[in-house]
Design a binder for this molecule. Sequence first.
Ligand code: ZN
Length: 198
Amino acid sequence: MDKIICLGKNYLEHAHEMREETPDKPVLFIKPPSVLIEPKENGSVLLPWGRGAIHHECEVVFKLYKKNIIGLGLGLDLTLRDLQKTLKEKGHPWEISKTFKNSAIVTPIKGLRDFPKDWQDTPFSLRINGELRQEGCLSQARMKADEIIHYINEFFPLQDGDLVFTGTPKGVGPLQVGDVVELTYGPISHSFRLVDLG
Ligand code: ZN
């Protein structure tokens, strides 16, 4: 793997909840592989508490091989939202709000054949402490699978093993120490806990 490519504002309702103008096409940004974490079932994830709100963005994740989708997972694209807001207001790049350690959380990736044929219509969801926080399906997004690959290929050389975070539906919000996170999508059902250093 060389990189994690992320789409922003691929779901209109999320763009609206951010109260920001919607660009013609989704925004693109990159996270380095060093911020990726694939927590074990019932494992734990350490986050940088004390740097302002850490928001969850629940997103379908593609694994690529030769520019094709060979596997799917469900991920959390994490954002230091206060820092991002400040940077956006100044017109600065907001990359550093997205690239802290463990800011890209992904379930184990499953092969496409483990999913229903209509996997883009298959619902995914994020529950926190048993409460539904986000749900959607990729077919509700502005850009779907084939178009996403075509679009990102215009701007980035795609390498085998690269991951793509495909954008978040509405319902983003802050995480807390001790939260139990549950990600569900097709054959995937994966839980882990957010922890503090102490
Ligand atoms: Zn995102």
